[in-house]
Design a protein around this ligand. Sequence first.
Ligand SMILES: [Cu+2]
Length: 188
Amino acid sequence: MKTFILSLTLVSIIFAACNNDATKNEVSDSTITAATTDNVTTESKMPADDILAGYLKIKNALTNDNDKEAASTATELANALKAIDKSAFNADQSKVFADIEADAIEHAEHIASNAGNLVHQREHFETLSDEIYELVKATGAGQKLYYTNCPMYNNNKGANWLSETKEVKNPYLGQEMLTCGTVKEELN
Ligand SMILES: [Cu+2]
């Protein structure tokens, strides 16, 4: 059943990618909503679920070059980071969370306050991605995730991100070079 829902989500993402600009945002909004519903109904077992869900929404907004949605979903992530139930973490996970907590909140808040500046949102997203990766490595993802590298971002210094799709959809270069990148690692 999970695989079936995932396939449907993938199909709608592929359709979203094929749509023209006029309908793109609308379609990707409903895709994001569907993905969130999946998390709530079938994936709410891992302690960092809400954080991961918020992160992936920012990632999808940046993939679509949607600075306003990146900002609003970054507010959701900042709230999720602040509201996390730390008692659900074991000792190792608590340590990782303590290491990233303040920094991740700061990056989320900068993305939230920089609608209109995709370049700056992406700068913060880069470090945020490293932090969420560390957290998810410690807590487990509760779903398939693909740790993906874009070699070209930031004058070929490169950057990484976490995606729920194996198909590469680049949040750093967005629609300009959507499929640039390679999967480095699969997480569960
Ligand atoms: Cu900033």
